[in-house]
Design a protein around this ligand. Structure first.
Ligand SMILES: Cc1cc2nc3c(=O)[nH]c(=O)nc-3n(C[C@H](O)[C@H](O)[C@H](O)COP(=O)(O)O)c2cc1C
Length: 164
């Protein structure tokens, strides 16, 4: 076990051992779609069906989600790390979507390449430290094929190893 001198660095490094999927959270803005790479996503409740997403206060996608009152979580597939990297930049939303094919489901942008998507109605926004917790009620879901997912682990993109 190792403990870093800087507690925030230590926390970041430690929670980085918790492997997650990688998603792009999207919403429809007045000037077109907006979106950002997000791994702080979890299912919250089955009845009703609720999903939770954590946004940095500084995220420019957050106000678009707030105004639209809807958002989608697009789950990325293995090999789409370039897509994840693009949506993790501070490029303007129009540039992010320029060469990324997408349609619309339940009034929310959904990426053609998404392995799976979940469209939500925004139910609440709750400030928590330097982030905002968004809770959405599920409007619709979709899955496209049987590909492996993109995984984020210890600051790197990887994928899963199938044991069976
Ligand atoms: C793998 C990965 C996961 C991320 N997860 C989150 C997250 O859960 N919440 C968040 O606010 N930012 C997250 N980010 C950072 C945002 O993608 C980044 O700040 C982005 O520039 C925000 O774009 P926007 O300001 O256009 O909304 C993540 C970045 C990466 C590479």
């Amino acid at each position: 076990m190792s403990a870093s001198g800087d507690p925030q660095h230590g926390f970041r490094d430690t929670i980085g051992h918790f492997a997650t999927g990688v998603t792009i959270v999207t919403a429809a803005g007045p000037d077109g779609p907006a979106g950002m790479t997000t791994n702080a996503v979890t299912s919250l409740s089955l009845d009703p069906m609720l999903l939770l997403v954590c946004f940095e206060q500084a995220s420019r996608t957050l106000p678009v989600v707030r105004d639209a009152g809807r958002f989608a979580v697009n789950v990325l597939r293995a090999g789409d790390e370039d897509l994840a990297a693009l949506f993790a930049t501070k490029a303007v939303a129009r540039a992010k979507f320029e060469s990324v094919a997408h349609g619309e489901e339940h009034g929310v942008p959904v990426l053609d390449r998404a392995l799976a998507w979940i469209a939500c109605d925004l139910r609440s926004l709750q400030e928590a430290g330097d982030h905002v917790i968004a809770i959405g009620e599920v409007l619709g879901t979709g899955v496209d094929g049987d590909d492996d997912p993109l995984v984020w682990f210890r600051g790197r993109y990887m994928t899963v190893v199938r044991r069976v």
